[in-house]
Design a protein around this ligand. Structure first.
Ligand SMILES: [Zn+2]
Length: 271
Protein backbone atom coordinates (compact mmCIF):
# COMPACT_ATOMS: atom_id res chain seq x y z
CA UNK A 1 0.00 0.00 0.00
CA UNK A 2 2.87 2.34 0.87
CA UNK A 3 4.45 1.74 -2.53
CA UNK A 4 1.10 2.35 -4.25
CA UNK A 5 0.95 5.75 -2.53
CA UNK A 6 4.47 6.63 -3.64
CA UNK A 7 3.77 5.56 -7.22
CA UNK A 8 0.54 7.62 -7.28
CA UNK A 9 2.40 10.67 -5.88
CA UNK A 10 5.27 10.34 -8.35
CA UNK A 11 2.90 9.86 -11.28
CA UNK A 12 0.51 12.68 -10.32
CA UNK A 13 3.35 15.15 -9.75
CA UNK A 14 4.99 13.97 -12.97
CA UNK A 15 1.79 14.70 -14.88
CA UNK A 16 1.76 18.25 -13.46
CA UNK A 17 5.44 19.06 -13.71
CA UNK A 18 7.04 16.68 -16.21
CA UNK A 19 8.94 13.49 -15.44
CA UNK A 20 12.17 14.99 -14.07
CA UNK A 21 11.40 13.83 -10.52
CA UNK A 22 11.54 10.20 -11.68
CA UNK A 23 15.32 10.74 -11.83
CA UNK A 24 15.25 10.58 -8.01
CA UNK A 25 14.85 6.83 -8.44
CA UNK A 26 18.49 6.74 -9.64
CA UNK A 27 20.13 9.85 -8.10
CA UNK A 28 23.69 8.62 -8.52
CA UNK A 29 23.20 8.59 -12.29
CA UNK A 30 22.35 12.30 -12.20
CA UNK A 31 25.12 13.92 -10.15
CA UNK A 32 24.13 13.19 -6.55
CA UNK A 33 26.21 11.06 -4.16
CA UNK A 34 25.13 9.45 -0.86
CA UNK A 35 26.57 10.73 2.45
CA UNK A 36 24.44 8.20 4.38
CA UNK A 37 22.15 5.47 3.13
CA UNK A 38 19.26 7.92 2.52
CA UNK A 39 20.88 11.35 2.21
CA UNK A 40 22.20 12.40 -1.18
CA UNK A 41 24.09 15.61 -1.94
CA UNK A 42 25.06 17.11 -5.27
CA UNK A 43 28.63 16.29 -6.26
CA UNK A 44 31.01 19.12 -5.31
CA UNK A 45 29.34 20.03 -2.01
CA UNK A 46 31.89 20.98 0.67
CA UNK A 47 32.08 19.49 4.17
CA UNK A 48 30.45 22.60 5.70
CA UNK A 49 27.36 22.15 3.51
CA UNK A 50 27.15 18.46 4.37
CA UNK A 51 27.40 19.23 8.11
CA UNK A 52 24.73 21.93 7.76
CA UNK A 53 22.45 19.43 6.04
CA UNK A 54 22.94 16.79 8.76
CA UNK A 55 22.12 19.39 11.45
CA UNK A 56 19.03 20.56 9.54
CA UNK A 57 17.77 16.98 9.24
CA UNK A 58 18.16 16.45 13.01
CA UNK A 59 16.28 19.66 13.77
CA UNK A 60 13.51 18.85 11.30
CA UNK A 61 13.09 15.37 12.79
CA UNK A 62 12.78 16.94 16.23
CA UNK A 63 10.01 19.25 14.94
CA UNK A 64 8.11 16.30 13.41
CA UNK A 65 8.38 14.36 16.72
CA UNK A 66 7.11 17.37 18.72
CA UNK A 67 3.92 17.52 16.65
CA UNK A 68 3.20 13.87 15.79
CA UNK A 69 4.49 12.40 19.07
CA UNK A 70 7.01 10.20 17.26
CA UNK A 71 8.42 9.82 13.76
CA UNK A 72 7.19 7.05 11.48
CA UNK A 73 8.53 8.22 8.12
CA UNK A 74 12.18 8.09 7.08
CA UNK A 75 12.24 10.14 3.89
CA UNK A 76 15.26 10.11 1.64
CA UNK A 77 16.75 13.59 1.19
CA UNK A 78 18.24 14.86 -2.08
CA UNK A 79 20.09 18.17 -1.63
CA UNK A 80 21.05 20.29 -4.63
CA UNK A 81 23.71 22.98 -4.20
CA UNK A 82 23.03 24.49 -7.62
CA UNK A 83 19.82 25.73 -9.22
CA UNK A 84 20.60 23.71 -12.36
CA UNK A 85 20.58 20.52 -10.28
CA UNK A 86 17.25 21.48 -8.67
CA UNK A 87 15.67 22.28 -12.03
CA UNK A 88 16.95 19.03 -13.53
CA UNK A 89 15.00 17.08 -10.89
CA UNK A 90 11.79 19.02 -11.60
CA UNK A 91 12.06 21.66 -8.84
CA UNK A 92 10.88 24.77 -10.67
CA UNK A 93 10.25 27.95 -8.66
CA UNK A 94 9.94 26.40 -5.19
CA UNK A 95 12.57 25.94 -2.46
CA UNK A 96 11.84 22.30 -1.71
CA UNK A 97 9.50 19.54 -2.85
CA UNK A 98 8.36 16.17 -1.64
CA UNK A 99 7.55 13.17 -3.81
CA UNK A 100 6.10 10.56 -1.49
CA UNK A 101 8.99 9.76 0.84
CA UNK A 102 11.62 11.62 -1.20
CA UNK A 103 12.49 15.21 -0.31
CA UNK A 104 14.22 17.39 -2.89
CA UNK A 105 15.96 20.54 -1.60
CA UNK A 106 17.07 23.54 -3.62
CA UNK A 107 20.17 25.51 -2.54
CA UNK A 108 17.66 28.08 -1.12
CA UNK A 109 15.80 25.42 0.84
CA UNK A 110 18.79 23.91 2.61
CA UNK A 111 17.59 24.54 6.17
CA UNK A 112 15.45 22.78 8.77
CA UNK A 113 12.34 24.86 8.03
CA UNK A 114 11.88 23.55 4.50
CA UNK A 115 12.97 20.04 5.44
CA UNK A 116 10.40 19.94 8.25
CA UNK A 117 7.70 21.25 5.91
CA UNK A 118 8.27 18.53 3.34
CA UNK A 119 8.87 15.90 6.02
CA UNK A 120 5.45 16.69 7.50
CA UNK A 121 3.86 15.82 4.14
CA UNK A 122 5.79 12.51 4.15
CA UNK A 123 4.82 11.82 7.77
CA UNK A 124 1.15 12.54 7.11
CA UNK A 125 1.01 10.27 4.07
CA UNK A 126 2.81 7.49 5.99
CA UNK A 127 0.24 7.62 8.80
CA UNK A 128 -2.85 7.69 6.60
CA UNK A 129 -4.45 4.82 4.71
CA UNK A 130 -4.45 5.30 0.96
CA UNK A 131 -8.15 6.27 0.98
CA UNK A 132 -7.78 8.74 3.89
CA UNK A 133 -4.68 10.27 2.29
CA UNK A 134 -6.42 10.60 -1.07
CA UNK A 135 -9.39 12.38 0.56
CA UNK A 136 -7.32 14.70 2.80
CA UNK A 137 -7.66 18.31 1.58
CA UNK A 138 -4.46 19.93 0.38
CA UNK A 139 -5.05 23.05 2.53
CA UNK A 140 -4.95 20.93 5.71
CA UNK A 141 -1.80 19.03 4.74
CA UNK A 142 -0.13 22.35 3.86
CA UNK A 143 -1.34 24.09 7.00
CA UNK A 144 0.13 21.40 9.27
CA UNK A 145 3.41 21.54 7.32
CA UNK A 146 3.52 25.35 7.58
CA UNK A 147 2.84 25.27 11.34
CA UNK A 148 5.53 22.63 12.00
CA UNK A 149 8.18 24.27 9.82
CA UNK A 150 8.03 27.70 11.52
CA UNK A 151 9.38 29.15 8.26
CA UNK A 152 9.48 32.95 8.58
CA UNK A 153 8.04 33.24 5.04
CA UNK A 154 4.78 31.55 6.14
CA UNK A 155 4.70 32.75 9.76
CA UNK A 156 2.00 34.39 11.84
CA UNK A 157 3.92 37.66 11.65
CA UNK A 158 3.85 37.41 7.84
CA UNK A 159 0.09 36.86 8.02
CA UNK A 160 -0.21 39.97 10.24
CA UNK A 161 1.85 41.93 7.70
CA UNK A 162 -0.60 40.87 4.94
CA UNK A 163 -3.53 42.03 7.08
CA UNK A 164 -1.96 45.41 7.91
CA UNK A 165 -0.89 45.98 4.29
CA UNK A 166 -4.39 44.96 3.12
CA UNK A 167 -2.97 42.38 0.72
CA UNK A 168 -5.70 40.04 -0.62
CA UNK A 169 -5.71 36.65 1.07
CA UNK A 170 -8.22 33.78 1.14
CA UNK A 171 -10.99 33.80 3.72
CA UNK A 172 -11.26 30.80 6.03
CA UNK A 173 -14.23 29.51 4.01
CA UNK A 174 -12.33 29.90 0.76
CA UNK A 175 -9.25 28.17 2.20
CA UNK A 176 -11.41 25.11 2.93
CA UNK A 177 -12.29 24.87 -0.79
CA UNK A 178 -8.63 24.27 -1.78
CA UNK A 179 -9.01 20.51 -1.62
CA UNK A 180 -7.04 19.13 -4.54
CA UNK A 181 -3.42 19.86 -5.41
CA UNK A 182 -4.67 21.59 -8.56
CA UNK A 183 -7.05 23.83 -6.58
CA UNK A 184 -4.21 24.68 -4.17
CA UNK A 185 -1.78 25.54 -6.99
CA UNK A 186 -4.45 27.61 -8.75
CA UNK A 187 -4.97 29.61 -5.52
CA UNK A 188 -1.21 30.10 -5.09
CA UNK A 189 -1.18 31.53 -8.63
CA UNK A 190 -4.36 33.61 -8.16
CA UNK A 191 -3.02 35.29 -5.00
CA UNK A 192 0.32 36.03 -6.66
CA UNK A 193 2.59 33.75 -4.65
CA UNK A 194 4.31 32.69 -7.85
CA UNK A 195 5.24 36.31 -8.68
CA UNK A 196 7.77 36.82 -5.90
CA UNK A 197 10.81 36.89 -8.19
CA UNK A 198 9.27 39.81 -10.11
CA UNK A 199 8.20 41.47 -6.83
CA UNK A 200 11.72 41.18 -5.41
CA UNK A 201 13.23 42.63 -8.59
CA UNK A 202 11.01 45.70 -8.17
CA UNK A 203 12.08 46.08 -4.52
CA UNK A 204 8.64 45.03 -3.22
CA UNK A 205 8.18 42.64 -0.28
CA UNK A 206 7.52 38.97 -1.08
CA UNK A 207 4.02 37.74 -0.23
CA UNK A 208 2.64 34.27 0.54
CA UNK A 209 -1.07 34.78 1.29
CA UNK A 210 -2.21 31.18 0.69
CA UNK A 211 0.46 29.37 2.71
CA UNK A 212 0.27 32.01 5.47
CA UNK A 213 -3.52 31.63 5.69
CA UNK A 214 -3.22 27.84 5.98
CA UNK A 215 -0.71 28.27 8.81
CA UNK A 216 -2.93 30.85 10.50
CA UNK A 217 -5.81 28.33 10.44
CA UNK A 218 -3.80 25.34 11.66
CA UNK A 219 -1.60 26.82 14.41
CA UNK A 220 -4.40 27.31 16.97
CA UNK A 221 -6.01 23.99 15.96
CA UNK A 222 -2.78 22.07 16.54
CA UNK A 223 -2.07 23.93 19.79
CA UNK A 224 -5.54 23.01 21.03
CA UNK A 225 -5.63 19.32 20.08
CA UNK A 226 -1.94 18.57 20.80
CA UNK A 227 -0.14 15.45 19.56
CA UNK A 228 -2.72 13.17 21.14
CA UNK A 229 -5.59 14.96 19.40
CA UNK A 230 -3.79 14.95 16.05
CA UNK A 231 -3.20 11.20 16.27
CA UNK A 232 -6.83 10.60 17.31
CA UNK A 233 -7.95 12.73 14.36
CA UNK A 234 -5.75 10.70 11.97
CA UNK A 235 -7.21 7.48 13.42
CA UNK A 236 -10.74 8.74 12.77
CA UNK A 237 -9.88 9.56 9.16
CA UNK A 238 -8.34 6.11 8.76
CA UNK A 239 -11.56 4.68 10.21
CA UNK A 240 -13.54 6.28 7.37
CA UNK A 241 -14.86 9.48 8.99
CA UNK A 242 -15.36 12.44 6.65
CA UNK A 243 -12.59 15.04 6.89
CA UNK A 244 -14.71 18.10 7.76
CA UNK A 245 -16.57 16.27 10.51
CA UNK A 246 -13.34 14.98 12.09
CA UNK A 247 -11.70 18.41 11.75
CA UNK A 248 -14.57 20.41 13.21
CA UNK A 249 -15.07 18.07 16.17
CA UNK A 250 -11.41 17.32 17.02
CA UNK A 251 -11.22 20.15 19.60
CA UNK A 252 -14.45 19.06 21.25
CA UNK A 253 -13.42 15.37 21.31
CA UNK A 254 -10.11 16.21 22.98
CA UNK A 255 -11.79 18.26 25.71
CA UNK A 256 -14.51 15.65 26.33
CA UNK A 257 -12.53 12.39 26.21
CA UNK A 258 -9.06 13.17 27.51
CA UNK A 259 -8.70 16.56 29.22
CA UNK A 260 -5.00 15.99 29.86
CA UNK A 261 -4.42 15.63 26.10
CA UNK A 262 -5.45 19.24 25.52
CA UNK A 263 -1.98 20.27 26.68
CA UNK A 264 0.00 22.19 24.07
CA UNK A 265 2.34 20.36 21.74
CA UNK A 266 5.48 19.01 23.37
CA UNK A 267 8.20 21.61 23.55
CA UNK A 268 10.91 20.93 21.07
CA UNK A 269 14.35 20.82 22.67
CA UNK A 270 16.69 23.58 21.62
CA UNK A 271 19.34 22.53 19.14
ZN1 LIG B 1 3.83 21.84 1.29
Amino acid sequence: MRYLKIIVILLSVSLIGGCSNLKLLAPESFGLSPITHNIYVEDGADEGTKAKLRGAIEEAESAIRATYGDVKSRPSVYACISEDCYKSFGGMGSRAKVYGDRILLSPRGLNWHFLAHEWSHAEMSTRLTFTAWWRMPQWFDEGVAVAISEAPEHSESHWQFLVVANIPRPTREELHTFKSLRQWLDAVHRYGEDKNIERKAKGEPEIRPVYATAGHELRPWLAKVGSHGLLAFIARLNGGEEFESAYQTANIAVERDTPQAALPLATRPSP
